[in-house]
Ligand binder design. Structure first.
Ligand code: SF4
Length: 458
């Protein structure tokens, strides 16, 4: 156990987050320390940080990063930057500066690697050239369908394998919530910029339910699905049928997501997905026949027993299959997932392999004409690495960008949906979450409706 006495800090949060990049949770203790008598406190594996009494947090973090690097013999590439949205400080530093000046400032301030600063520079460059500033007076809409055919080993989402009659009960309540929120939006003049139906797996609904859901949403929020960015996740290929895709296309949906995670059958079996790589190929071929303009593919770097060659083969194949948005996730092993229960420290392993996979993804996608356009990090990701959304120019998802900007209201409907209301005068967001369990969502349905009033100060 290491003990770090950090002088002159008010709370340990940022230092604990940084220490977690290097050490397991039970391998260190941070002590917010004040005073000048330290000799008695220091014992074996105990260190004093910020002996000079510096008050600038970033400067103390840089010293702490250096100490942790010496102890552990690694220099994690994101330096002292631990937040979920690394692009935010980068864009703030771009204001009034060129992107290359921003890169240097990020290196100095956060001790980031050349690779990561240049990745941020590429993303900042894409966003500044292709995406307008956030219309904060508009809102995004998220609708959650919390059902999947099986549960993946790493899943920590609101996702359930539920009997058909329970799914119907949920669906009927969801339609009522959509109606309720749509009426509120109309009363308050809320206009949507984008709509995202996710989960879970929305295509666990049948073709008729999908049709009802989209028509209801369009009517309640007074939108034409073909003239607003409207995405429907068809994540699991085993839920895709020609009639579902036809229904989506006829209703004007342009964007879907078919998420292989890996194209290796053995991996798909290991992570508990009840389908094969051939099912993924069939899903892509149906989606192309149906004529979708944008198809997103999620891949995960760091899946059990995969090496760089497996990852590269999956990536090259989804490019060949015609995905024009590809999101490369670093495996995150969170509480509540089967993988976390079976191997609590899995996420601390394989950092070098995953780092190589991310390097490969950058090279292969850039060569294939993709550009990185959004980025986020999560807790418990292997090597404290990142998730990056890549697109063929012009096919980016506004919804994904707005979520990361944190400057727009997101109306969240359905079990597991976490909405946010944005207060522009204070530049602040407040979370408005529904319960994540679909049965409790129905049991406490009136309360879910009441929570919608919070979007409008109720
Ligand atoms: S498809 Fe996604 S939501 Fe469904 S079980 Fe797998 S990880 Fe969870």
């Amino acid at each position: 156990m290491y003990r770090f006495y950090i002088n002159n800090i008010d709370d340990d949060y940022h230092f604990t987050e940084l220490a977690r990049v290097f050490l397991p949770d039970d391998g260190f203790e941070i002590i917010a320390y004040k005073g000048n008598s330290i000799a008695d406190l220091l014992g074996k594996n105990s260190y004093l940080v910020n002996a000079s009494g510096e008050s600038d947090r970033e400067s103390i973090k840089r010293e702490f990063y250096g100490l942790l690097s010496d102890i552990c013999g690694i220099r994690p590439p994101w330096g002292t930057l631990t937040g979920v949205r690394p692009l935010k400080p980068a864009l703030a530093l771009c204001s009034g500066n060129s992107v290359s000046v921003m890169e240097n400032l990020m290196k100095e301030k956060y001790l980031m690697s050349d690779d990561k600063t240049s990745l941020l520079a590429d993303i900042a460059d894409y966003q500044l050239s292709n995406i307008s500033g956030v219309p904060w007076e508009k809102a995004s809409l998220y609708i959650g369908i919390p059902f999947c055919p099986t549960r993946c080993a790493y899943c920590s989402f609101a996702s359930n394998v539920a009997p058909a009659e329970e799914r119907v009960l949920y669906f009927n309540d969801l339609l009522k919530e959509i109606d309720y929120a749509g009426k509120q939006a109309a009363e308050h003049g809320t206009v949507l910029e984008s709509i995202y139906i996710g989960g879970g797996t929305p295509t666990t609904l049948d073709a008729e339910q999908l049709r009802v859901l989209i028509e209801k949403t369009a009517a309640a929020f007074n939108v034409d699905p073909s003239s607003i960015e409207f995405t429907v996740e068809a994540g699991r290929p085993d839920t895709i049928t020609a009639d579902k895709l036809r229904a989506l296309k006829e209703l004007g949906i342009q964007r879907i997501s078919i998420n292989p995670q890996s194209m290796k059958d053995e991996t798909l079996r290991l992570i508990g997905r009840d389908h094969t790589a051939d099912d993924i190929r069939r899903g892509y071929s149906l989606a192309k026949e149906a004529g979708f303009e944008v198809i997103n593919a999620d891949l995960i770097a760091g899946l059990p027993e995969e090496d760089e060659n497996d990852f590269t083969a999956s990536l090259e194949e989804v490019i060949r299959l015609g995905a024009n948005n590809i999101t490369i996730h670093t495996l995150s092993v969170k509480r509540g997932s089967r993988l976390k229960e079976s191997d609590p420290v899995y996420y601390r392993k394989n950092a070098d392999t995953v780092s190589n996979m991310l390097d490969i993804s950058r090279r292969v996608l850039t060569e294939a004409g993709f550009r990185p356009y959004y980025i986020y990090r999560q807790k418990h990701q292997i090597g404290a690495l990142e998730n990056v959304g890549w697109c063929r120019p012009g096919t980016h998802s506004i919804y994904n960008v707005r979520i990361m900007e944190d400057k727009q209201t997101i109306i969240g409907l359905g079990a597991g949906a976490v909405g946010k209301v944005y207060y522009p005068s204070e530049d602040r967001l407040e979370r408005i979450a529904n319960v994540s369990n679909y049965r409790i969502y129905s049991e406490r349905f009136d309360e879910m409706l009441e929570r919608k009033n919070k979007y409008y100060g109720g």
